[in-house]
Design a protein around this ligand. Structure first.
Ligand code: CUK
Ligand code: CUA
Length: 874
């Protein structure tokens, strides 16, 4: 492209821009609002939720991913999705279920030997200390296949799946006790604990409900099944649970439906389940002393073992005064303990009321053994009225509750009314109602079920999304709505379509409490947290062939590859095996640089692994088909990512292969090779000079004082440090006369330099932002005007471009500010100034009138002053 053409375009573009931005600032907002049909309220709501580029959210939400068997992570208030965590379902991006180590986790979830490859996640729970979230672990249940998974919040990976050996479905989990000693999981659909056939006619005798108390090792972040136990419960359908806290610590609360013990039978002429299971006016809230029962479970005499798991029979729990029932309004759903542990709110979805039970009243009844009767299984029943603090009418279909930072303030979802009610559980008064989109299930407050709720926002997890979003076919997304609760009345801020599963519950935590790592110690098996047996460092790459006894044997059928990954090559790059060999690949990502993940697959073998910096993973398959299979890095990790590949060649040992090497390829002459070598070395020297200038800049500006920059510099030197070794190889080959090989090694040096420069420049940019003086708002506006008004079309700060560099421009003239102001506003009038004339000669271009107004010009002057103050940085 010709120089003149360049200048011409920037001149034209500049002029056009200047006209459109002429009215700038205030008017611009009005224009956008008009063009997009936005009201002032819309704009305020947008401003309340918008994160500018690079901005962060105050809260992080962990939402159940419903039937996707995953966990969804998003930020509040922006409602931007950050991650899907693979839990019960294979997830290829993360390699989950596609490499050996993650497959082991997934297979921990096998039930009676059968692989289960999905989950119906309902309730995520954050680990607690004194009832407050600590941001260390996340647990989530699977309702369909009764399991609990543990996710490590240091790397957002699933570390354990535990199958409930006696339940056949489980809903009321996961809920941590207030110091994360146990995780509560209640059954849902009653079924026999054993794995045998029991006719439905013997439902009352042989089907059972229950609550499992999973012992949790907080330090290791693992459930310990052998120290866990299940409290046998009547075959009522246990629903949701909550752990007591504060004054009620040590106790658990689980509600239920179908205390009728109805078993349906449409096919034999019985009314359906839905009729029979909601006949009674009340169902039962189960109240149990898990702390006491945990001690009781340690004595063998007190437990029954079913499927290798401890069960405390109802009779034992009752005899020890550790299990009670309280009537609650029919078909309840949520049961939520207040931040101080004194109030327990239960919502009956078929009742318009919320019932607030008071712990001190319940405790007194228990202490005085004041029972109004016993259920058919002999469990003492406490009087409902004497246990209640009070009841309050909320609306149709109350379901779930969340607390805020205001004393007594509680938020309840109304499923049928599609509303959120704000009310006070102490004074029993309704304070406000907000319409949400159709059929809200759970609510998520900010740490809203902890001992330290933060208020500010409530998220409404709606079941339907009719008419809210672009139609994407009959299966609609879910709709999470963010509501501002900081004011006297609620204000619905924004809708977020969630294109995954049907999330039930979500939990939110202050982002500042999360402390995730950026890399693993070299060679880590992220699934165990220990160093991987396959850890391989640079120089240790190898291919080993062993026999069935594990001895090195050239005739063996077991091939192990110890491979390393670093931008932009996989070592080894060629693997030849025999058809039928068992191939095991250990892969170590040698990068220490943040976000330098490499992925790996061998085409056609249904394997994939994601290697985060420092991670080692294992892949295994039988090379059961002959052929040539490329393998490659699946993450676009660097400019030479496409070159990050190799070949797996599988040959049939029974075949003889005829060589196809007939055609001699034409090669370069020695003189040509030498010329290329010289050119390559010269390019490397020039590139190194650029790197050195960046290094000098970084040192001058004391990069070591800024951790973010220092980390990047470490990354850069990781690359740079590899150059001497390559240089040695290049020189040696050159000496031996292998010029072609010497060129290739010199090319490798260039690759390393480019990577160094890439990170180095990132470090420089980060440093400039850190050490530059803060821009005044006027200078900020000036920079915007400079960019949008077209000045930047010709002027590049710190560089001579199609116009002169403007660093120091205010010093170039007497009364510089006035001179530049006049020149910007009326350039035509100054064309005869000898300086301007000279400039026109040099640049062959006249300064155009960009029609800047007075304010814009003044701002630009402020911006130019800011540049001068920081001139050393450009
Ligand atoms: S549940 Cu789905 S809306 Cu499983 Cu907690 Cu209430
Ligand atoms: Cu490594 Cu692409």
């Amino acid at each position: 492209m010709s120089k003149t053409f360049n200048k011409l375009t920037s001149f034209l573009v500049g002029t056009a821009l200047a006209a459109t931005v002429a009215s700038a600032a205030g008017g611009e907002l009005q224009k956008v609002m008009k063009a997009r049909g936005l009201t002032e309220n819309d704009v305020i709501r947008a401003a309340k939720t918008y994160n500018p580029t690079g901005g962060r959210d105050e809260f992080i939400v962990f939402s159940s991913g419903g039937q996707s068997g995953q966990v969804i992570v998003y930020g509040v208030p922006s409602m931007r999705i950050l991650k899907y965590i693979a839990v019960f379902t294979p997830e290829p991006w993360q390699g989950y279920g596609y490499d050996v180590d993650s497959l082991k986790i997934l297979r921990q979830g096998n039930i009676r030997g059968r692989e289960i490859n999905w989950g119906d996640t309902h309730h995520p729970a954050l680990s607690e200390k004194d009832g407050k979230y600590d941001g260390r672990w996340l647990a989530i249940n699977d309702k369909a296949n009764p399991r609990i998974a543990i996710i490590d919040l240091h790397d957002f990976e699933t570390k354990q799946i535990t199958v409930n050996p006696v339940f056949k479905s489980a809903h009321g989990g996961a809920f941590f006790t207030q110091n994360s000693d146990y995780i509560i999981e209640a059954a849902q659909y009653a079924a026999p604990f054993d794995n045998f056939y029991h006719p439905i006619e013997e439902y009352k005798e042989t089907y059972r409900g229950g609550v499992t108390m999973w012992k949790f090792n907080y330090k290791k972040g693992r459930i310990i099944p052998k120290d866990s136990f299940t409290i046998e419960m009547p075959p009522y359908m246990q629903d949701l649970s909550d752990a007591g806290k504060g004054v009620s610590d040590g106790w658990g609360f689980t509600n239920s439906f179908n205390t009728e013990m109805y078993t349906g039978g449409i096919e034999v002429g019985m009314p359906p389940n839905e009729a029979g299971m909601s006949r009674n006016d009340t169902d039962f809230l189960h109240v149990y002393n898990w702390k006491k029962l945990a001690k009781i479970a340690k004595n063998k005499k007190n437990v029954k073992i079913v499927n290798g798991h401890k069960i405390i029979p109802m009779s034992v729990a009752v005899a020890n005064n550790a299990l009670f029932l309280i009537p609650e309004p029919k078909s309840p759903h949520g049961v939520d303990v207040s931040p101080d542990g004194e109030y327990i709110t239960v919502c009956g979805k078929l009742d318009t009321h919320a019932s607030v039970f008071k712990w001190s009243k319940i405790k007194k009844l228990i202490k005085n053994k004041k029972y109004v009767g016993r259920d058919p299984y002999g469990i003492p029943i406490l009087d409902m009225k004497s246990s209640l603090h009070g009841q309050i009418e909320l609306g149709l279909g109350p379901l779930h509750n969340q607390y805020s930072n205001v004393k007594g303030e509680i938020y309840t979802s109304l499923y049928v009314d599609s509303q959120i009610v704000k009310w006070n559980y102490l004074t029993l008064k309704v304070l406000d109602k907000e319409n949400v989109h159709y059929n809200v299930g759970h609510l998520a407050g900010m740490e809203g079920k902890s001992a330290d709720p933060q208020g500010k926002y409530i998220i409404s997890l709606n079941k339907l999304a009719i008419d809210r979003f672009q139609n994407v076919g009959p299966l609609h997304p879910q709709n999470h709505q963010l509501i501002d609760i900081s004011g006297k009345t609620m204000d619905l801020l924004v809708d977020m379509p969630l294109p995954l599963g049907e999330p039930h519950q979500a939990v939110a935590i202050r982002a500042s409490k999360l402390n995730p790592h950026v890399r693993y110690p070299m060679g880590t098996n992220s699934k165990t947290g220990k160093i991987h047996v396959g850890k391989t460092l640079a120089g240790q790459e190898r291919i080993e062939r062993r026999n069935a006894k594990g001895k090195i044997d050239p005739k063996g059928k077991f091939v192990t590859i110890y491979a390393t990954f670093v931008r932009s090559h996989i070592n080894p790059e060629r693997i030849t095996v025999n058809k039928g060999d068992e191939v095991k690949i250990y892969m170590t990502n040698l990068e220490r640089a943040q976000d330098e993940t490499h992925g790996f697959t061998v085409d056609g073998f249904d394997v994939h692994s994601s290697l985060e910096p420092g991670e080692t993973t294992e892949m295994k398959f039988i090379a059961d088909i002959e052929g040539v299979f490329p393998y490659y890095c699946t993450e676009f990790c660097s400019a030479l990512h496409l070159e990050m590949m190799g070949y797996l060649m599988v040959k049939d040992p029974k075949k003889t292969y005829v060589s196809a090497k007939k055609l001699k390829m034409k090669t370069m002459t020695t003189a040509e090779l030498k010329a290329e070598y010289k050119k390559t070395v010269a390019v490397n020297d020039a590139t190194d000079a650029v790197i050195q200038s960046v290094v000098a800049f970084l040192k001058e500006n004391k990069f070591g004082e800024h951790k973010v920059v220092a980390d990047l510099v470490t990354d850069a030197f990781d690359q740079y440090g590899q150059i001497p070794a390559q240089k040695k190889l290049a020189d040696a080959e050159y000496k031996k006369g292998n010029i072609e090989k010497a060129i290739l090694f010199e090319n490798m040096i260039w690759q390393l330099m480019v990577k160094t420069a890439d990170v180095g420049i990132r470090a420089k940019d980060a440093l400039v932002r850190l050490v530059a003086t803060k821009q005044s708002s006027s200078a900020q506006a000036g920079e915007r005007a400079f960019g949008e008004g077209g000045c930047s079309g010709c002027h590049v700060i710190g560089k001579v471009s199609s116009g002169p560099d403007l660093t120091g421009v205010l010093q170039r003239h007497e009364n510089g500010e006035k001179w530049v102001t006049n020149f910007i506003m009326n350039p035509e009038k100054m064309m005869h100034d000898p300086y301007v004339k000279a400039m026109i000669d040099v640049y062959n271009l006249k300064m155009p009138n960009q029609h800047m107004n007075k304010k814009e010009t003044k701002d630009i002057i402020e911006y130019l002053k800011w540049i001068d103050t920081n001139a050393n940085l450009f």
